[in-house]
Design a protein around this ligand. Structure first.
Ligand SMILES: [Zn+2]
Length: 260
C-alpha cells in the first residue's frame, strides 16, 4: 500500500534532531510522498530546502493566517517568487483563524484572497486552515468561486456536515487528520464517512494532533496510516481501498509525479 501525507510541518523544531529518521520511517512504512507546509517566509524557505534534500518531500508556500500580521512588506512578493521552485506543489497554508487573536480578521481575509487568486493564476492548489471560522471561510470561498473555479483542500477538516457539503459543492477537497480518531469525535467520523471518495485526502499535521494511540505525543508522517485505518473502518472499505483512493487524489490535486 502507498500513502501520502498531504500536510505536515517537517521544518518545525520538533524535528530538528531527527528529521532524516522521521522521513526514512515514513518511507519504510509505505508513505510515498509528504507535503511540508509553509507558514511564514522563513518556514517556506525551510520546507523548500527539505524538499530539495528528500525526493519524497514536497513543499507548499504561503502565509498562515496567524502570521500575516508579523509578515514584512516584501514577504508576499518573495513567496510568489518561491512558488516557482520546482518542488512547490501548492500554496498555503492560508485561511482564517478566529481562535487565536494573532492577526486582524480583515488582514487574514486579504491574504486568503491573495492565495486563492495566485492559485488560479498558477494552477497550484491552495491549502486552507479554518479555525472557529467555518462560516466566514465558506463565504469567502463562495465569493472567489464566482470569479474562478476553486482548486484546493480544507486541511484537518473538523466542520459540520453542512460545512462539508458547502465546501464540496464549491469543488474543494477535504483532508482528515488525527482528530478523526479521537474517541469523542463521533460527529467528525460521521462526516468523514460521507465524503465522496474522489475528494478525500489524509494528513498528519505533524508534529501536532497525533492520532490515537499516540495522542499528545509528537506526531510524524508514518502515523497517517492510523488515520487511514480509522477512515477505512467508518467507511466500511478496506485499507487498500483508502490507500488507493487518497493517494490517487493527492497525486491529482498536487500534481505529484507518478513515480511517487
Ligand atoms: Zn498545518
Amino acid at each position: 500500500m502507498e500513502w501520502i501525507d498531504t500536510h505536515c510541518h517537517l521544518d518545525e523544531d520538533a524535528f530538528n534532531q531527527d528529521c532524516a529518521d522521521v522521513v526514512q520511517r515514513a518511507i519504510d512504512s509505505g508513505i510515498v510522498a509528504m507535503i511540508a507546509i509553509g507558514i511564514t517566509l522563513d518556514s517556506c524557505r525551510r520546507v523548500i530546502e527539505l524538499a530539495d534534500r528528500y525526493p519524497q518531500v514536497y513543499a507548499t508556500v504561503g502565509l498562515h493566517p496567524n502570521y500575516v500580521s508579523a509578515a514584512g512588506a516584501g514577504d508576499w512578493d518573495e513567496i510568489v517568487e518561491l512558488s516557482k521552485s520546482p518542488k512547490v506543489v501548492g500554496l498555503g497554508e492560508t485561511g482564517l483563524d478566529k481562535y487565536w487573536d494573532h492577526s486582524p480578521l480583515e488582514l487574514q481575509a486579504e491574504y486568503f484572497d491573495r492565495h486563492i487568486e495566485l492559485s488560479s493564476q498558477l494552477g497550484l492548489p491552495f491549502v486552507v486552515h479554518s479555525r472557529n471560522s467555518d462560516a466566514e471561510v465558506v463565504e469567502q470561498l463562495r465569493r472567489q468561486a464566482a470569479r474562478s473555479p476553486l482548486n484546493g483542500v480544507i486541511h484537518a477538516f473538523c466542520g459540520t456536515a453542512e460545512t462539508a457539503t458547502a465546501c464540496l459543492e464549491l469543488g474543494m477537497h477535504l483532508s482528515f487528520g488525527g482528530m478523526v480518531t479521537f474517541k469523542k469525535n463521533e460527529a467528525q467520523r460521521k462526516v468523514a464517512a460521507t465524503v465522496p471518495p474522489d475528494r478525500l485526502l489524509i494528513e498528519t499535521d505533524a508534529p501536532y494532533l497525533a492520532p490515537t494511540p499516540f495522542r499528545g505525543k509528537r506526531n510524524e508522517p508514518t502515523h497517517v496510516r492510523l488515520t487511514a485505518s480509522c477512515l477505512a473502518e467508518i467507511r466500511g472499505v478496506t485499507k487498500e481501498e483508502i490507500a488507493a483512493v487518497t493517494t490517487a487524489n493527492a497525486r491529482r490535486l498536487f500534481r505529484l509525479p507518478v513515480s511517487n
